[in-house]
Write a protein that binds this ligand. Structure first.
Ligand code: FNR
Length: 181
């Protein structure tokens, strides 16, 4: 059994990023146990909390620690990743020397309503994941552009080619993860 944690950079109902994450999860094999990790309830990271962390920080870190690997799907906000996602990455990276991301494989995906698929957010995310020492599946690159034309009004991907591509990529990621176990 492989435990996958899923993080979505958007907090919006009907998020296209959530739709991309959902399509990736559909491609994981039956032995995958998938947990959606909430990031909307985490107070902004403050280093003072390292000594005495809010309960939600502790719960989030424990949940992250329990996972074998992560799928992250995010929109691009102003040519970067949303603050909520960066905050979650920061929270579970501390206290110093106790990062629970360390060594855990990750698949980064970005999407945009525009044509370039959130490529800048994707690479901004990759920079942080690399620093966090997370083995990353770098190919194929997941920049999903024009998501409204690929999805229904609730953000679920409906385009067959996109669904097949994302499912195949998730299967490839599962093999990437198992090769590192
Ligand atoms: C955006 N959007 C956007 N798109 C893009 O391609 N590059 C960008 O820099 C930005 N910047 C940006 C900033 C902010 C604050 C918002 C709200 C939106 C558009 C974005 O791609 C679009 O809203 C996505 O659909 C958001 O993803 P979710 O919420 O559907 O997952």
């Amino acid at each position: 059994m492989t435990k996958y944690g899923v993080l979505v950079g958007s907090l919006r109902k009907g998020s296209y990023s959530a739709g991309v994450a959902e399509a990736l999860v559909k491609g994981l094999p039956e032995d995958a146990e998938v947990t959606q990790l909430r990031i909307d309830n985490l107070p902004l990271y403050n280093q003072d909390y390292d000594a005495d962390s809010p309960v939600v920080y502790t719960e989030f870190r424990e949940l992250v620690a329990q996972q074998d690997a992560f799928i992250i799907a995010t929109p691009e906000y102003n040519r970067s990743i949303p603050g909520a996602l960066k905050n979650a990455l920061d929270v579970a990276s501390r206290p110093y020397g106790e990062s629970v991301w360390d060594g855990k494989p990750v698949l980064p995906a970005s999407q945009s309503t525009g044509g370039i698929g959130g490529i800048v957010a994707n690479h901004t995310l990759r920079q942080t994941l690399q620093f966090l020492n997370m083995p990353m599946m770098t190919q194929p690159e997941l920049y999903i552009g024009g998501t409204p034309s690929l999805s229904d009004e609730n953000g679920h991907i409906t385009n067959e080619d996109t669904l097949n591509f994302l499912a195949a990529t998730a299967g490839q990621f599962d093999r990437f993860v198992k090769a590192r176990k």
